[in-house]
Design a protein. Structure first.
Length: 613
């Protein structure tokens, strides 16, 4: 095993040196063009993709020779068990990827930390490890694709994305990333046998190959099916998103209609005697809007950045960058890169750390419970609005008709204007959200002569199976009293089966695939506990579709394995019944179709002898 490991490392040493040098130059060049450690997650994902492609390409190049029959026999027929041969190749490839992917990234991060004034946190030193795990996971997937010889097996490449590509803490992401390595290693091991085309032997082998295939098929059917359906709707001119006239009564109509139109539509069916008077006023007013500026806050120690981490103070020539270790902004001179101190909750040179990782909505700094205004001349930070946990701010101050509003996950707060713009703002009144915050699209605001009309437009989660979304129109009088004017349930723009596609396709696989979303802390702003709950049950048509999909999958599996051993046929039929279409799709990829038996042709009778003799 040791000799095979050394031989494999020697085989790729020249290629590894060239690839490491190229990767090091590219990383160093990116630090000169921008600050990749402080970019938002969209730009940082590019480095993750490059690492994954590098691991996949390495596996394709490495096993394109080994998969040839003569070389495969030469590799497998040696005085070593297959497990040691696989272990030697995997460890050698891991060592090559450490040298090519992880080591250059670590050198660049350490160089930035030691020789520049740029901010480097402890979380940044986890980046080389995550790049390495991503690259090695892709290598394991590539090894399986090259050795298994099954074209549909590319779906296993969705599994690492499903497990570890999340905006969560870098330390917390190590567990799903290592789980992805373990799953893909078990999958690659099932293809490492003398007869590469044979299905895995035994129950452990079929489970090791079947689990990632089922998850990958679920992702392909879900995302690919949705893309095909929406593309077909667009080609037929039936898509509610790009139709000239949106479907009446749905969320798309709410989005594409201005605030005055939404309010007029709701007041038309209202029973309040003042509705006609308000409708006439709307024609003379400019209706504004207040909307969430985000549905999540950054997580401390996150491996990627959800929001901007820097802002420039032109009055003092300081670039402030948030430091996750100290939970304060670290300053450096824009011209000399020299250190310029720290920026805490109360401004420059204040040692009080922020209570959470701040975001920068417009001209404000915002944590989960505090909204701060910067004083450019003095370098101080004044707290304008504060709320108590578990209430969470979702954006800065948004003005409508010289009236400031702040939106939280529990209520809409109207603020009283102060003579001093830097002083803490007082609450004039507040309105509890009449629905879950995660379903809220925007709030249309019309300031009338006798009060304020508010239209809470929900329906954001309707395309993912949320039912019961409504448009709520409320009136707030000059004394701050809230009255309900109209409540209108929204119609569904898409068919129910499309909206609930992630569930009826396979309820069991859906529960497994959403585990990372439910277990990882991604900073999502939760709905208020006291918020009215929407209809949580699945419609009858969706339940029927789930049952029908399972039955059809079981029947298809039984038909596919006709003539096979009864025990294996029964096992796959039961698996397809439980897992639905992803289960039968995985079976289709994993189990080769048995060759048809040749029909027996009766021999011709000898001359003079009857055929029935």
């Amino acid at each position: 095993m040791k000799d095979l490991f050394i031989a494999e490392c020697r085989r790729f040493r020249n290629l590894a040196c060239i690839a490491a040098a190229v990767w090091l130059v590219l990383l160093q060049f990116s630090t000169r063009v921008a600050e990749p450690l402080q970019q938002q997650w969209q730009g940082q994902t590019l480095f993750l993709l490059v690492s994954a492609v590098a691991g996949l390409a390495f596996a394709v190049f490495q096993f394109s020779g080994y998969r040839q029959p003569s070389r495969w026999l030469w590799l497998m027929h040696r005085p070593l068990p297959p497990s040691r041969i696989f272990g030697a190749l995997a460890l050698a490839s891991f060592a090559v990827l450490v040298f090519v992917v992880a080591l250059p990234a670590l050198l660049v991060i350490a160089g930035i930390d030691q020789y520049t004034g740029n901010t480097v946190d402890a979380r940044h030193y986890l980046i080389p490890l995550h790049l390495l795990l991503t690259s090695f996971t892709a290598w394991l997937g590539g090894a399986y694709l090259m050795l298994s010889g099954r074209r549909g097996a590319f779906v296993v490449l969705f599994v690492p994305v499903l497990l570890s590509w999340h905006l969560a803490s870098g330390a917390a992401l190590l567990l799903p990333a290592l789980l992805g390595v373990a799953v893909m290693a078990a999958l690659a091991w099932t293809a490492f046998k003398p007869d590469r085309t044979a299905p895995p032997a035994g129950l452990p082998g079929r489970l090791a190959a079947g689990i990632p295939l089922v998850l990958g098929c679920y992702c392909l059917l879900l995302w690919g099916g949705a893309a095909v359906f929406q593309t077909g709707q667009m080609l037929l001119g039936q898509s509610p998103i790009n139709r000239p006239v949106p479907p009446p009564g749905g969320r798309t109509e709410l989005i594409r209609t201005d605030g005055a139109g939404n309010l007029r539509r709701a007041l038309k069916d209202a029973h309040d005697p003042r509705a006609a008077h308000w409708t006439r006023q709307l024609a003379l007013l400019e209706v504004g809007k207040v909307e969430p500026e985000g549905y999540a806050h950054p997580v401390r120690g996150a491996i990627a950045n959800l929001d901007k981490t820097q802002w420039g103070d032109g009055a003092h020539n300081i670039m402030w960058t948030f430091n996750h270790d100290h939970m304060m902004y670290e300053g450096r001179d824009m011209h000399t890169d020299a250190p310029r101190g720290w920026f805490g909750m109360n401004g420059m040179n204040d040692p009080q750390p922020f209570d959470s990782v701040p975001v920068i909505p417009g001209k404000f700094l915002m944590t989960r419970q505090h909204l701060l205004q910067l004083e450019t001349e003095t370098g101080r930070a004044t707290t304008l609005v504060s709320v108590r946990a578990p209430e969470v701010l979702t954006g800065g101050i948004q003005e409508v008709g010289r009236q400031g509003f702040v939106l939280t996950n529990q209520r809409l707060i109207a603020l009283r204007r102060n003579a001093d713009p830097q002083a803490r703002m007082e609450e004039r009144y507040s309105v509890a959200l009449p629905g879950p915050f995660g379903d809220l699209g925007r709030v249309d605001v019309a300031r009338l002569l006798d009060g304020t009309l508010l239209s809470f437009n929900f329906g954001r989660r309707m395309t993912w199976g949320e039912t019961g979304s409504r448009q709520h129109v409320l009136f707030v009088d000059t004394a701050g009293r809230v009255q309900t004017v109209s409540v209108r349930e929204l119609a569904h723009d898409f068919p129910l089966l499309f909206e609930h596609r992630d569930w009826w396709l396979s309820p069991v696989v859906h529960a497994i695939a959403t585990l990372p979303e439910r277990l990882l802390d991604k900073g999502q702003i939760a709905d208020a506990p006291s918020t009215p709950i929407l209809d949580a049950g699945r419609p009858g048509a969706v339940l029927a579709a789930a049952v029908m999909a399972s039955l059809l999958s079981a029947g298809l599996a039984a038909w596919r394995l006709r003539g096979d051993r009864p025990r294996r046929r029964l096992a796959w039929t039961a698996a397809a019944l439980v897992l639905g279409p992803p289960g039968v799709a995985a079976m289709w990829i994993l189990e080769p179709r048995l060759p048809r038996r040749p029909r027996t042709i009766p021999e011709p009778a000898a001359a003079g002898i009857p055929a029935h003799a």
